[in-house]
Ligand binder design. Structure first.
Ligand SMILES: Cc1ncc(COP(=O)(O)O)c(C=O)c1O
Length: 393
């Protein structure tokens, strides 16, 4: 540092250094709402994307035990064998996959996001395309920018169902993958088994990979279940990439744990990419999620179904809302007669302390807003009555 002391040296031109890839990515619109909300006194926060219950005690105990036992080093890239055994037992019981085998593999990833990103990295070259629903989980189009790929959006308004019929015309020779999300964020849509089977058949016929983001699979309400289970693409094929997670299901989003399971050739690539990026998922927390499959979430799911009913009822006769079958979101249409975009409506809601997220954060359109019911029921009721009031104005 000859000739310059800290604080006075000539600064680097960081602007010049920032890659176009990074510049092309917008800061999440959700963050903008959070920042606005942080300034509010006593906000009614209906924007939260994580469950409002405590992580089940056996999981907290297992995570603490792993830390105390100093199981804190790297794990093998694909994840600890004991967790793999638990995942395979669960998948055998849930979707009938008998792994691991020469055909089927699994990688424990840093969150569901880790599985999605590495999965798409494994199949998409620059210029390749993948198809994703609109409305979408915020990460989907941004992943395309990270990969230099193109995210082709499948318009699913007004019922938010990404059917084979809607997807088929979007497939081109550059399409590598179709990304389906059920139960969905931001709409709570649960596809039927028949709809998923049609997508599976379409993808097989056109030689593209179906990537099934099932992060909310446990949050499937009784009326959207089929034979007591959440519909899953994996029941119709072993050739899809199944992405699941622990964060939303068990209230441990900060643990960053998920997994990708599916065709071995794809899983091998995911593991290779993980080795040189995330290295492995957090080891003590891999031990922490091990008891998860034995935790009974039915009381929590029943409570969320009750809140879902509350939300649907609150907007009856006031605004259109597709009845959510799962997750903990509703995507509510701003009544046309108000003559407001969703962003304008959300600004009015925030003036009344209610935080919801405008639809253009999740969509090409700005006609709806996302409301999360993963919040204290009395706050939820208060927020719903303010929103209803704003709509009837
Ligand atoms: C549909 C969907 N997929 C993936 C993720 C990412 O989850 P994770 O926190 O496990 O990375 C989210 C989180 O909001 C989501 O809503």
């Amino acid at each position: 540092m000859a000739g310059a002391s800290a604080g006075t040296e000539a600064r680097l031109s960081f602007e010049r250094l920032i890659a176009a890839r990074s510049r092309s990515i917008d800061a999440s619109g959700i963050r903008k709402v959070f920042d606005l909300g942080a300034k509010l006194k006593d906000p009614i926060n209906l924007s939260i994307g994580q469950p409002d219950f405590a992580v089940p005690e056996p999981m907290r105990a297992a995570a603490s035990h792993a830390v105390l036992e100093n199981r804190s080093g790297y794990s093998v890239t694909q994840g600890i064998p004991e967790l793999h055994a638990a995942i395979w037992a669960h998948l055998a019981e849930d979707v009938g996959w008998k792994g691991p085998s020469a055909e089927l593999g699994c990688a424990v990833t840093s969150g569901t996001s880790g599985g999605l990103l590495l999965g798409l990295m494994a199949v998409c070259d620059a210029g390749d395309e993948f198809i994703a629903p609109d409305p979408y989980f915020v990460m989907y189009p941004q992943m395309a920018k990270m990969l230099g790929a193109k995210c082709v959006l499948c318009d699913t308004y007004p019922d938010f169902r990404m059917t084979a019929e809607r997807v088929e015309p979007l497939i081109t020779p550059r399409t590598k993958a179709v990304l389906v999300n059920s139960p969905s964020n931001p709409c709570g849509t649960v596809m039927t088994g028949a709809e998923l089977r049609d997508l599976v058949d379409l993808c097989r016929a056109r030689g593209v990979l179906l990537v099934s983001d099932e992060i909310y699979d446990e949050f499937c309400f009784p009326d959207a279940r089929e034979s007591g289970r959440c519909p899953s693409s994996a029941r119709y094929t072993q050739d899809c990439l199944l992405i699941r997670g622990f964060g939303k299901t068990y209230g441990c989003t900060g643990w960053r744990l998920g997994y990708a399971a599916g065709p071995m050739p794809i899983i091998q690539e995911i593991c290779k990419l993980q080795q040189y990026s995330f290295v492995c998922a957090p080891t003590p927390l891999q031990w922490g999620v091990m008891p998860s499959f034995d935790c009974d979430l039915s009381p929590q799911i029943a409570e969320y179904a009750r809140r879902r009913d509350l939300v649907v009822k609150a907007f009856e006769g006031v605004a259109e809302v597709a009845r959510p079958g799962g997750a903990f979101y509703a995507f509510v249409q701003v009544p046309r007669q108000l003559g407001l975009t969703a962003t304008q409506f959300v600004e009015k809601a925030i003036e009344r302390r209610v935080l919801v997220i405008p639809g253009n954060v999740f969509s090409q359109r700005d006609t709806h807003f996302r409301l999360s019911f993963a919040t204290n029921p009395s706050k939820l009721e208060e927020g719903l009555s303010i929103l209803r009031e704003l709509m009837s104005a």
